[in-house]
Design a protein around this ligand. Structure first.
Ligand code: NAD
Length: 499
């Protein structure tokens, strides 16, 4: 069986802890590899080596660092197919979706090719007599990235590209479910010219994460994952004096107004609700039609579209719209939640339970499911399902729909479908959610903006990638400099006695 280790000081190395985690083929249910889980000693070794390597990297001029990003971007493009296959093999998403995963990470690398422009700092000359004031942006030192399973390429790239281009070294701890892509990206960075030790990929579980949170040489932690873990990591990192930004789970609503183009809204809900089997933090999991006629017409449009969806292994190519869930536990959890929705009185309009795919009977598949008449007390509304399940909550007015979104504990993304600019503007202005789509279902900002949710979808005050990332991965030093009158007042011409 394939054994996956770590990437330390520019080499793939085996783990020494003796602990492993199994990596499944989600389409067949078989174990396809095992990944080493680092001990605190292994982590400490990686951090100390990174701290040494960081000194030289920080002293490398920003433009040269940016050139590494340029070469890295070219290599990601060169190996796009290979990377997408790697993502699909461990995660289970389709190849086109896996390419999107790599592409959205690559776009962050592209912005980091311009890092020097973001690192210029600020200057005020003559702030007083002979006094100049300037603020410099300096790297933090060694920083850590801890990432989830659902975007094996994109989220590690969101972390490593800004952190490294700012002159930091990084300890990346990818999800133990999908470790291979991060290890391969580290190899591409080496090929692009990154000095050994500046990026260390340490695979592991809670032991490695806790080691990161307590390590005195780690200055900052960027986390993406579920809300309870995000909150835990934020608290422990902050208690230990580290800078932390921790992005958590979501429950994203789409409001559908009576004047919306319902065919477009239904198409958008299919992509945003069921794409990647719903395993996206920006998936739309709640449709909120306004008015009975809108709700009835929307459900009528959704049913045939859902019934046409094809579920299967990524190896089936274009014959598949989405694949399996990540683990048996995830599959059981989603099936259980669908059952609880039925028990609590929601109407299961399309039932995805019991889906069996010939030749893949032990895969972690759940068919697309649609609920109508969901209410906010139900478990299926309260929990992030993270599966191919769309819930419909019917509302009587725009204000009622807006209040539903506002009262939800999560605030990652939301969308509104309407033909009315005034309603759309009001929604964008008032809603307490970090990323808003207007006739746009998954409003993940492009890489020159920053990404982040509100409420319990994010802990910390700066977002990821874009301009915020350059603030998060640098610290500001402000210098007040006064130069007294000197040589220009004539000191050099005459042969003077010293005073
Ligand atoms: P997860 O929280 O289980 O794991 C994320 C990371 O935390 C992994 O690296 C894992 O090893 C580590 N971890 C898990 N349990 C831990 C513990 N007890 N102590 C310390 N570390 C621990 O999340 P996941 O299942 O991999 O990813 C899915 C979740 O991530 C969903 O909730 C999804 O919404 C969220 N997500 C959020 C964003 C965002 O930007 N807001 C993006 C993608 C995914």
């Amino acid at each position: 069986m394939q054994e996956i280790g770590h990437w330390i000081n520019g080499k793939l190395v085996a783990g020494t802890s003796g602990r492993f985690s199994e990596i499944f083929n989600p389409a067949t249910g078989e174990v396809q590899a095992r990944v080493a889980l680092a001990s605190t000693e292994e982590l400490d070794h990686a951090v100390r080596a990174a701290a040494k390597a960081q000194e030289g990297w920080a002293a490398t001029n920003p433009q040269r660092r940016a050139r590494v990003m340029m070469a890295f971007g070219a290599l990601i493009n060169r190996d796009m197919d290979k990377l997408a296959e790697m993502v699909a093999r461990e995660h289970g998403k389709t190849i086109p979706d896996a390419k999107g995963d790599v592409q959205r990470g690559l776009e962050v690398v592209e912005v980091c090719m311009g890092a020097p422009a973001m690192l210029k700092g600020e200057m005020m000359d003559s702030a007083g007599p002979g006094i100049d004031l300037y603020a410099m942006r300096q790297p933090l030192g060694v920083v850590a990235g801890i990432t989830p399973f659902n975007f094996p390429a994109m989220i590690p790239l969101w972390k490593m590209a800004p952190a490294l281009s700012c002159g930091n070294a990084m300890i990346l701890k990818p999800s133990e479910r999908v470790p291979s892509t991060s290890l391969y990206l580290a190899q591409l960075l080496q090929e692009a010219g990154l000095p050994d030790g500046v990026l260390q990929v340490v695979n592991g579980d809670k032991a490695a994460v806790d080691g990161i949170l307590d390590h005195p040489l780690i200055q900052a932690v960027g986390f993406v994952g579920s809300t309870p873990i995000a909150q835990y990591i934020y608290g422990r990192a902050a208690t230990n004096g580290k800078r932390a930004q921790c992005f958590g789970g979501a429950k994203n609503h789409m409001i559908i107004m009576p004047d919306a183009d319902l065919d477009k809204a239904a198409d958008a809900l299919i992509g945003a609700g069921y794409g990647a089997a719903g395993e996206r933090c920006m998936a739309i999991s709640v449709a909120v039609p306004v008015g009975k006629a809108t709700a009835d017409a929307l459900i009528d449009r959704l049913i045939p579209r859902i019934e046409a969806l094809k579920v299967g292994p990524y190896t089936a190519g274009n014959d598949v719209d989405f694949g399996p869930l990540i683990t048996k536990a995830a599959q059981d959890r989603v099936l259980g939640l669908i059952g609880s929705g039925v028990d609590q009185g929601a109407k299961l309009v399309v039932d995805g339970r019991g889906l069996k795919i010939q030749g893949y009977e032990n895969g972690f598949f759940v068919g697309p499911s649609l609920f109508d008449n969901v209410t906010p007390e139900m478990e299926i509304y309260r929990q992030e399902i993270f599966g191919p399940v769309l819930s419909t909550v019917r509302t009587g007015s725009y204000e009622e729909a807006l209040k539903l979104v506002m009262d939800n504990e999560y605030g990652n993304g939301t969308a509104i479908y309407t033909a009315d600019g005034d309603t759309a503007r009001d929604f964008a202005s008032r809603v307490n959610v970090g990323m808003v789509g207007i006739n746009f279902p998954i409003p993940v900002p492009l890489s020159y903006f920053s990404f982040g949710g509100w409420k319990r979808s994010a802990f910390g005050d700066l977002n990821q990638y874009g301009p915020d990332a350059f603030r998060f991965y640098t610290k500001t030093k402000t210098v007040t400099a006064r130069w007294f009158s000197g040589i220009k007042d004539g000191a050099a011409l005459n042969f003077k006695a010293l005073d």
